[in-house]
Design a protein around this ligand. Sequence first.
Ligand code: NAP
Length: 306
Amino acid sequence: MENIVIIGSGCAGLTAAIYAARAGLSPLVFEGRQPGGQLTTTTEVENFPGFPEGINGPELIMRMRKQAEKFGARFEYATIEGFEHRGVSSRVLVDGAWRETRALIIAGGASPRYLGLPGEKALIGRGLTSCATCDGAFYRDVPVGVVGGGDSACEEAIFLTRFASKVFLIHRRDALRASRIMAERALGHPKIEPVWDSVITSYLTNENGEVRGVALRNTKTDAAREVALQCVFVAIGHDPNTGPFRGALETNPDGYLIQKSGTTTNLAGVFAAGDVADHVYRQAVTAAGQGCAAAIEAERWLTAQG
Ligand code: NAP
């Protein structure tokens, strides 16, 4: 029986681990499919307090993990496949075996969304991706496209200008959702060409089954157009990783876990922190804040249980 199990190793999970470990609870962290979470796929983080010069996303995560380990957090590279609540404890299915814990902090984050077009899944890694920092360097001196109009899309587009000859920023409206500073940087870049009011209707592929372009439809005029490019970077938001908890834990219609008060959920001893529950702020620092809150609430709950 564990005291605290933490699911997820992004900003929320690692901050929960730092607090729980420092409280002497020796938390066990299941790292999930993408250890380190979304920050590992970003470049420079400019808005995390305490780093006026900015800090590289993977480095920030590595530092948090080191800090958690220093206080005695334990890590297992595993993903949760099932969940059961048993009144005053929970159990999670990991690699076919049930593991039991008194308190459970769910900080499994969210995964990138794709467009849902036919044949899309087969193209991932063949000219379709959601991670510019992972795949951008493969597309040197060729045109690429980014889909979306938020901060992520702008950040990816700006990053890709290091490699690509041109970056088409394909957005379904005629105004970006991104913060002003990011929007100005993207739109002011000579290599970035916005493609307004446009949605991708299909991916065009070459004889090797790799992306060679996209077919677009103008949302205002319905006009069709094709753009030649060698990779599409999709940056249209995320879906929460709540699969194993559906049915047992309350979620909103989009699948985000519902926090009752602070980070508590509808089940005793089960807490939710970060992007798995937060569909509003979704920042590294708010995820870290929620991870901290969840660890404190879990510790108090354990104390109350004696
Ligand atoms: P987001 O803000 O939700 O933006 C998603 C974008 O994708 C929107 O422009 C949306 O269009 C578009 N979109 C959604 N579904 C689509 C579809 N099916 N087809 C075409 N376009 C679609 O997501 P995000 O950019 O990933 O940002 C998430 C959060 O992280 C935000 O709070 C953001 O501020 C934060 N973030 C911050 C930074 C930074 O500060 N440096 C960097 C990255 C992310 P509409 O605009 O028409 O809805």
